[in-house]
Design a protein around this ligand. Structure first.
Ligand code: URP
Ligand code: ZN
Ligand code: ZN
Length: 460
C-alpha cells in the first residue's frame, strides 16, 4: 500500500516547508515538491499542517494504583491518544516491593499484549532496588528494549525508594547505558504534612495541594540532580511543575550537567485555584498538584530556554466514582487526571496559537525530544526518509470544544470541559496506515506495536 500526502506544510523540530510526502508500507520513502510518483491513495493537505505523530512518554494505562485501576485500558487509552494526534505512548510498569522486575513485566504484558491500537513502550519503575533487581537492569535493556527506569522519591510506603537505593540504582543504570526517570518530591515531608492535615480534620481536596508545597518539589529535584551528577547517570525529571524545581535544574546546568525535564500540559495551563471548588477539585487531584500562575510563566519560559525538553500528560484517569473514594479524606482520592487525547490540541491552541512557543518548538517538545531522549530517533519523532510514517494532518484554523460527551477516553469527566480550542487533528497515520480520519478510528486493537528502545545515546 502506498500513499501520497500532497502539498502540506511540513513541520519538524527544525524545518517548515510545503512538500509532498510519499509513503510505502510503514515508512516515508520520499519528500519533495510535486513528487513524480503514483500512489495507491492520494490525500490533499493544502492549507494543513503536517507534523510527526506525537509521542507521550508519560501515561498510566490500566494501572493498579491507590486501591483501584486507572480507567483507560491499553485499547481505549491508545485509541484516544490517536484521536488526539499521539501515535505512541510510554507507559509505566510498577515493580511490586519484594518481587522481581521480570514478574512486573509479565504482569503488564498480560494487560497490554495485543490490546494496543497505537504504538507503545514501557518505563520500568524500580520500587525495591536490591542485589537481585540489580542483575535485572541489564536484562531489561538488552533483552527487552526497556532502557529507562522510573523512581519515586514520594508515595512513602508504596512506591518510594530511599537515597541509598537511588544511588545504587543510578550506578547500575549508568553502567548498562540506561536513564533514570524520577518523580521528584520529598516523600517524607509530604507524608508529614498529610498526617498533620488529617489530624486537624482538614480533609478537602485543597489539603492535597497544601500537603505538597513547592519546597517539597524543589528540594527533591535538587537532591536528584546532585545524585545524578555524583554518579554520572543520565536523569529525567517527570512532571516538573514549579519555579523552585526548575531553578534547581538551572543550578545543575551551571556545572555543565544535563538533567532532562518534562512538564505536563496541565501545569502550563491550569492553576491551583481549581482546588477551591470544594470536592469538585478532586478532578485535578494529581501529584505534584497544580501550582500558581507564576509557575506557568516559569514553565513556558523554561521550554523556550531549552531547560524543559518535553511536554507530556501523566495521563492517569479515574472516573468520578473512583474519585469519590476520597470524599471524606483527600489522601484517598486516586491521584491523576485525563489528558492523553487533549495534549496536542491544547498545546497548539494555548501555546502556538497564543504566541508562547513556535511551531518548531511544539514539534520538538511533543514528538522529537521524547524520541531522542528515550532511544527511538530517527525511527520516531520526525518526518524524514526512512522514518516510520507516523504523521498528523492538522487544521490550524478549525475551532472545536472539549467535552467528556465527545472525547474517546474512558473517563466520565474532562478537566477542560467547555474549553474552545483552535486547531484540530484531522488525519493520523500510524506506520503508513490511516488510523484516524475525520473523527473515525480505522485501526483495531492489536495494530499497536511494542517498540524496543535503544540505549541512551542521543544528546539534545
Ligand atoms: O497524580 C499522578 N501523577 N498520578 C500518577 C502517578 C504519578 O505520580 O505519576
Ligand atoms: Zn509521579
Ligand atoms: Zn505519572
Amino acid at each position: 500500500m502506498s500513499l501520497l500526502i500532497k502539498n502540506g506544510r511540513v513541520i519538524t523540530a527544525t524545518d517548515d516547508y510545503v512538500a509532498d510526502i510519499f509513503i510505502e508500507g510503514e515508512t516515508v520513502k520520499a519528500i519533495g515538491k510535486n513528487l513524480p510518483v503514483k500512489a495507491d491513495k492520494e490525500m490533499d493537505a493544502t492549507g494543513k499542517l503536517v507534523f510527526p505523530g506525537g509521542i507521550d512518554p508519560h501515561v498510566h494505562l490500566d494501572m493498579p494504583f491507590m486501591g483501584t485501576f486507572s480507567s483507560d485500558n491499553y485499547e481505549t487509552g491508545t485509541r484516544a491518544a490517536l484521536f488526539g494526534g499521539t501515535t505512541m505512548v510510554i507507559d509505566f510498569i510498577l515493580q511490586k516491593q519484594g518481587n522481581s522486575l521480570r514478574a512486573a513485566l509479565e504482569e503488564w504484558k498480560g494487560r497490554s499484549d495485543n490490546n494496543c491500537v497505537g504504538d507503545y513502550s514501557f518505563h520500568m519503575a524500580v520500587t525495591d532496588f536490591n542485589e537481585d533487581t540489580k542483575k535485572e537492569i541489564r536484562e531489561m535493556i538488552e533483552q527487552e528494549g526497556i532502557t529507562s527506569f522510573k523512581t519515586f522519591m514520594a508515595y512513602k510506603g508504596a512506591l518510594m525508594i530511599d537515597d541509598r537505593q537511588m544511588v545504587g540504582l543510578m550506578q547500575e543504570v549508568k553502567k548498562q547505558g540506561g536513564l533514570i526517570n524520577v518523580h521528584a518530591t520529598n516523600g517524607d515531608m509530604i507524608d508529614f504534612l498529610i498526617a498533620r492535615h488529617r489530624a486537624e480534620g482538614k480533609l478537602s481536596p485543597l489539603y492535597h495541594y497544601l500537603s505538597q508545597p513547592e519546597v517539597t518539589e524543589a528540594e527533591a529535584s535538587g537532591r536528584f540532580a546532585d545524585m545524578a551528577n555524583y554518579t554520572g547517570c543520565p536523569g529525567y525529571i517527570v512532571h516538573l511543575t514549579c519555579e523552585g524545581a526548575l531553578n534547581a535544574v538551572r543550578n545543575a546546568t551551571k556545572r555543565n550537567q544535563k538533567v532532562f525535564v518534562e512538564t505536563c500540559i496541565q501545569y502550563l495551563i491550569l492553576d491551583a485555584s481549581l482546588y477551591e471548588k470544594n470536592f469538585e477539585g478532586a478532578k485535578w487531584v494529581m501529584s505534584p498538584p497544580l501550582r500558581e500562575k507564576k509557575d506557568q510563566e516559569t514553565l513556558w519560559a523554561g521550554i523556550n530556554q531549552g531547560l524543559v525538553q518535553v511536554v507530556a500528560t501523566d495521563h492517569c484517569p479515574f472516573n468520578w466514582e473512583q474519585k469519590l473514594m476520597g470524599r471524606e479524606d483527600f489522601s484517598k482520592i486516586p491521584n491523576g487526571h485525563p489528558a492523553i487525547e487533549n495534549r496536542m490540541e491544547l498545546l497548539f491552541s494555548e501555546g502556538v496559537n497564543k504566541g508562547k512557543i513556535t511551531l518548531n518548538k511544539y514539534v520538538e517538545v511533543t514528538c522529537t525530544n521524547p524520541a531522542k531522549i528515550f532511544g527511538m530517533f530517527p525511527r520516531k519523532g520526525t518526518i524524514a526518509v526512512g522514518s516510520d510514517a507516523d504523521i498528523v494532518i492538522f487544521d490550524p484554523e478549525e475551532k472545536h470544544t472539549v467535552s467528556a460527551k465527545t472525547h474517546h477516553m474512558n473517563v466520565d469527566y474532562s478537566g477542560y470541559e467547555g474549553w474552545t480550542l483552535t486547531g484540530r487533528v484531522k488525519t493520523v497515520l500510524l506506520r503508513g496506515k490511516i488510523a484516524i480520519d475525520n473523527n473515525h478510528c480505522l485501526v483495531d486493537k492489536g495494530y499497536g506495536k511494542f517498540i524496543r528502545r535503544s540505549k541512551v545515546s542521543q544528546t539534545i
